[in-house]
Every structure is written in structure tokens, then in C-alpha cells.
Design a protein around this ligand. Sequence first.
Ligand SMILES: Cc1cc2nc3c(=O)[nH]c(=O)nc-3n(C[C@H](O)[C@H](O)[C@H](O)COP(=O)(O)O)c2cc1C
Length: 305
Amino acid sequence: MSLPDWWTIDPNQPFTLGPRLFPGRIWTASGCFAYGLTGHDMKSANFTSPYQGLGAVVTKTVTPQPRAGNPMPRLAETPMGAINSIGLENVGFGEFLAETLPALERKGVPTVVSLAATRPDEFGDMVAMLHETAAGFTHWHGVEINLSCPNVAEGGHDFGRDPATVSACVRAARRNLPDRALLAKLTPNVTDIAELATAAAEAGVDAVSAINTVIGLEVDLETGRPVLPRRFGGYSGPAIRPIALAKVDEIVTRAGVPVVAVGGIGDFRDALKFFALGAVAVQVGTAQMRDPFAAARISRNLIRG
Ligand SMILES: Cc1cc2nc3c(=O)[nH]c(=O)nc-3n(C[C@H](O)[C@H](O)[C@H](O)COP(=O)(O)O)c2cc1C
């Protein structure tokens, strides 16, 4: 398929999101390209590196303290995607600030830092420390707050499901992030995602990222039990693309906030569908785990001529 006539954007041209100029519109999604440091040794006949044409790498979500993650197995493949329950395994914010982010800066990786916390003020504190430590970094473009984790202060319900809490988290982060883009990553596991996007917009985000994974469960027929020890997991990959398209459309038409689209994007046609609905950029998740050059290929295939 050649590119449709309506497609006039060059995804490798810089574009503005809030206070930042991003190098491009094709990004990798959180948790699907590690911290964005491991791709430098990868070789391909067609690309100089997996970073070719990338507008940003969204890092694995980082939490205030290191986390070991959930018991194994954590990932189950399905015919049209994968269900994961990683449990936010990460090095913790201290090590991330001291080692990972400076390494990303040295390597010139355009970076969006994904953060999760258990209280709104923790988001504010982490962003303030980022702002202080990385003030001079040129490749750190923004923060994506992952609002799909339990809110300990409010009894353990998902942050992302309550517009008032979305608003409180965004406000706390925005206060301390004057000069980088602020994104809120929304959960699709709600009836009205536009309501959450509106709350995030009113509290000051520059864009929302939609969608995170869809709640799913897979059963092992040998044992008769769920495959994942935690029973439920996050469903991702091609199967969720129509859900992501619907959620992105709801946000674009009703909330009027820029959307960075994510969900089931595996090739340039998939990406085009989200751009057709009005997304300003896209992220590649599960497809990037199968092929680390997936996002680079999408970026190249969206260039006309
Ligand atoms: C193994 C795995 C780990 C993930 N880890 C994170 C994470 O740490 N933070 C986050 O916001 N999203 C995480 N996600 C969700 C993805 O960033 C993305 O929103 C979701 O998978 C939908 O996109 P996809 O269908 O292209 O994978 C993870 C997804 C997968 C498959």
C-alpha cells in the first residue's frame, strides 16, 4: 500500500508538544524497549540502529523505590497479542536519576521519563528532583505519568480511574515541570476515557497517552488455572488496536487535548489510522518487543517519496 493522499506529515520533522520540540512523531512505548539503553548494540541490514527515526523512547516506568516485580510467569502470548503482569519491575528512582538518565543523555536518546507513584505528592517530588538533576540535559524531553497503578492513599483503587485523582497527580507534576512536556498515560479500563482526558487537560498536561493495556486473563488448559499467578494481566498487541482507536477518537472529539496514541501499532498502516483520527504522535509497544526495529521501520515507511 502506498501512502494515502491525505498524509502530508513527515514523521521525522520536529514537532512541538507543550514547551518542547520533539525530533519526531514515532516513539517507543513504556516497558517495551527497556530504559532505551539496550538497543545500541543491535544490528540490522536495513537500519543503522533501532533509534533511527525515533522521536522519543518512553522509558520503563520508574517508581520511587526499586521493585522486583511480580512472580513468574509474567507474560503469556495469545494469538493476537500478549497478556503481561510485570508488576513494574524497575531499578528505582534513585538509580535511574544517578545512572540511567545520564547514560541516555550521553547516548543522545530522545527521552520521555515514565513515572509511577502511590500518592499525587510523590509525583510532584519525583518531577522536582528530575528537574533539578537534569536541568541541563538536551535529550530529556518530557515526563509521562503512568496513572494505572493503585492509589495507596485512597484505598488502593487505580489512580487512573478517578478524574479527581488524575487532576491531583497532573497538578503536582506540572507545578514542578515548567520546561518539559508533561503527558498523562490513561487507562482504557473505564467507561468514559474522555472524562479522564479532560481532567488531565484542565490540570495542565501537554498531551495524554492512550491507551495503556486492557485488563485480560488467559487460562492454562493443562492446569485449569489462570496462566498468570496474579490471574489478571494487561492485554496488548494487535487485538487491542480497535479499542485504542475508539478511545483515541473519544478523546480527540470530546476532550480536545493532544493525543499520543498507543495500542496495537505494528506497521505504518496501523500508525496512519491513529493519525487519521487526529493523534499528534504514536508509540509502538508490543511490536517493538518482537522486532526492535519496528518503530524505526514505521518511521521510514511514513516518509513520502
Ligand atoms: C511487557 C510490557 C510491559 C509494559 N510496561 C509498561 C510500563 O512500565 N509502563 C506503562 O505505562 N506501560 C507499560 N506497558 C504498556 C505499553 O506501554 C502500551 O501502553 C500497551 O502495551 C499498548 O500498546 P501495544 O499494544 O503497542 O503494546 C507495558 C506493556 C507490555 C507489553
